[in-house]
Design a protein around this ligand. Sequence first.
Ligand SMILES: [Zn+2]
Length: 345
Amino acid sequence: MIDINTLQRDLLARVNESETPEQVLKAPEFRDLYAQIPTLDPSERGAFGQRVNVLKKAIEEAVAERRLVLDREELAPIDVTAPFDINSALPNLLPSENGTIHPLTREIDRIADIFNRMGFVRENSREIDDQYHMFESLNFPKGHPARDDYDTFMTVERDQEGDPLIAPAHTSTMQNRSMVKYREALEQGDPIAVVVPDRVFRNEDLDARHEHTFYQVEGIYVAKGVHVGMLIATLQKFLEEYYGKKLEVRVNPFYFPFTEPSFEFALSCPFCDGKGCSVCSQEGWIELLGCGMIHRNVLKAAGIDPDEYTGFAFGCGIDRLVMMKYGIEDVRHFESAKLDFLRQF
Ligand SMILES: [Zn+2]
């Protein structure tokens, strides 16, 4: 007769010492236990079978836990909520008499400067981030179907929740960090006003409109009494400054998990003033960016009371803005290192 309690202690000890704990589930003692059932009095068989199942379940759970511990020992030693709080230092620039600033770098500085004059501070994004900042902090819980819209690259290394680190597919990864960083000032009456113009990545089939590496400017503004009118006015002012002319704008309802309500923001084509041309596909309007009021759950995740504060957020593709401004027909030129392209700027 096998004593189940003694056996359970013995098996658990084996699991916790093993580098391959799954093997313990195949221990011959289980077979012996099942073989014992027909030898029992029929009235005892049911209870005994249940006890064996409980044992099996306990061992399975212990194996799963042991597996997590073993895997975790191989993980990068990082903090799950902020794996890399700084990017590596930028290298010193090479001395050059003939070189020019890359057109994207120059336009990013212009964009940041316009927002800076409107009171926004500039933050940098990460080139590797965790899934908490990519998704969870932005109201995409694990398993949320909208995660599939952000197909990007992942590393072999995992964070301490066991998720692969990720090359961010949007600069919205900085929303939570920016809100946490400036939360104290918010409580003292200063709005949070941040823009993040930086590099993002997608696993795309490449063509004239799609690159695996491109640029976005994310913006957030949080204070008391912020409303949609302020969002629209801010974006309109920015675009008019950037294109140097008066523009009509239009918002249509859209869906993003991290804003509610969400909008797609279009401007009247700056090239034909809404009459229709090749840049706007004869529409007169150009859908340019996504925006909306920051979702309550996103504010809460940053420790901000959504009953007291509201805010807006927007994300805009920089490559597209620049392509429209200069009539560039193919997004791949930017990363191509073609000098005949770059020398035009
Ligand atoms: Zn047009």
